[in-house]
Design a protein around this ligand. Structure first.
Ligand SMILES: *Cc1c(COP(=O)(O)O)cnc(C)c1O
Length: 448
């Protein structure tokens, strides 16, 4: 890595487009909380010759020859995961977070079993039983919710669990800015006899960095993506805790079987190597400092936004993420905020808010976070500066509103986008974004 000279020679179009994307990543403020920038070491391992190998099975038990080196790589990744998360079992083969979660269902549920997860528009993930996901189609899904203040409604979750006796309960989600109540969920799971799976995809980097309570003493199974706060390549890990093994000594074996042959074929060995390297990085004091700064930045950004009158769901944050309530600008205004920020080079995503008054496609919130900016080296003073930019941009949204009729919406938003792109004040913020990005260079050794 560092050079793409062969891509340039052989495929000019893809070379151009990778260059365009590198420029976008370098010259913008990446504030989607599920994104991050891997180290060059992680990228090199993930882009290596290991992509050539087939290795269905597990170390020592493969369906193909020539796997003595791959065995060592996978065993190393597994050892590092176990040590870092403090668990007795880990599987590093899942292709990504969604298949990893489905593999957990396959390991502990039969089709048609009842399961529970956080409702999608309350911050939950698709794979926790949403109706359009395979998990919502093959299992009977009982969603729990957040209360008006935006916190998980534990009492509702408890009574739903007692009424419905789910086989599996998920805790952990994609749009939640507070500490997850692992202990309370472990009591609920124990009371109704369910397996408790903690999906720490968003926060795993904070967990290993000591900035969020670990689920290892509470959940039976833990899943995480590797490409979010953990800062690895795209992939996932499934873990079984001591508590999980006490509940079901065969759980590790069931997970292994669910991953392969249950759901997947050959593992992506280049990604497994990249995960191993990322886990090594995540075990350093530098990574602990990173995790601390991610949260400090998120809090600083939240405070600075609040001071400027921006409304935050739950009023603030405990983690890497903030959820902005855009309803003061009107119902369904998330997309307007997202488009206006994008015109200035600030990337966020529209998101539902608790009690969403609009719809998931035209939601009333914006989700943003600090993992990627912190990787670039930004700190509290920059968060203050960015909060100023965001509030300036929001002032340009005034006067617009989501058309009531669905028909006219896309034209209206297209014309709004044009307005934002020709807005002089937004252009001025775009200049400040570029200047800030140049102060915190990204992949500066990477020459195309
Ligand atoms: C991101 C995420 C996933 C899914 O990961 P993919 O790699 O996108 O499939 C699952 N659960 C949670 C909580 C997530 O945040």
């Amino acid at each position: 890595m560092g050079t793409l000279s062969d891509v340039k020679k052989q495929d000019a179009e893809i070379f151009e487009l990778i260059g365009e994307e590198l420029a976008r990543q370098r010259d913008g403020l990446e504030m989607i909380p599920s994104e991050n920038f891997t180290s060059e070491a992680v990228m090199q391992a993930s882009g290596s010759i290991l992509t050539n190998k087939y290795s269905e099975g597990y170390p020592g038990h493969r369906y193909y020859g020539g796997n003595h080196v791959i065995d060592k790589i996978e065993a190393l990744a597994v050892e590092r995961a176990k040590k870092l998360f403090g668990v007795p079992y880990a599987n590093v083969q899942p292709y990504s977070g969604s298949p990893a979660n489905f593999e957990v269902y396959m390991a502990v549920c039969d089709p048609g079993d009842t399961i529970m997860g956080q409702n999608l528009s309350d911050g939950g993930h698709l794979t926790h039983g949403f109706k359009t996901s395979a998990t919502g189609r093959f299992y009977k899904s009982i969603p729990y919710h957040v209360n008006k203040e935006g916190y998980i409604d534990i009492e509702e979750a408890r009574s739903l669990a007692m009424q419905n006796k789910p086989r599996l309960i998920w805790v952990g989600s994609t749009a939640y800015t507070r500490e997850f109540p692992f202990k309370e969920f472990s009591e609920i799971a124990e009371e109704c006899g369910a397996y408790l799976a903690a999906d720490i995809s968003h926060i795993s980097g904070l967990v290993v960095g000591g900035m969020h309570k670990s689920p290892k003493d509470y959940a039976h199974v833990v899943t995480t993506t590797t490409h979010k706060t953990l800062r690895g390549p795209r992939g996932a890990i499934i873990m079984v805790t001591e508590k999980g093994i006490r509940k079901d000594p065969e759980l590790p074996e069931k997970i292994d079987k669910a991953v392969f042959p249950g759901m997947q074929g050959g593992p992506h060995d280049h990604i497994v190597a990249g995960i191993a390297t990322a886990l090594l990085e995540a075990s350093t004091p530098e990574f602990k400092a990173y995790a601390r700064q991610v949260v400090a930045n998120s809090r600083a950004l939240g405070n600075a936004l609040s001071e400027r009158g921006v409304r935050l769901v739950t009023g603030g944050t405990d983690n890497h993420m903030l959820l902005i309530d855009m309803t003061p600008f009107g119902v369904g205004m998330g997309v307007f905020g997202q488009e206006a920020l994008e015109a200035a080079g600030i990337t966020v995503n529209k998101n539902t808010i608790p009690g969403e008054p609009s719809s998931p496609f035209f939601p009333s919130g914006i989700r943003l976070g600090t993992p990627a900016l912190t990787t670039r080296g930004m700190q509290e003073p920059e968060m203050e500066e960015i909060a100023g930019m965001i509030s300036k941009i929001f002032s340009r949204i005034n006067g617009y509103s989501l058309p009531q009729k669905k028909e006219g919406r896309s034209e209206y938003i297209e014309s709004f986008r044009k307005d934002m792109r020709s807005d002089k004040e937004i252009a001025a913020v775009r200049e400040r974004v570029l200047e800030l990005c140049r102060r915190f260079p990204l992949y500066n050794k990477m020459a195309l």
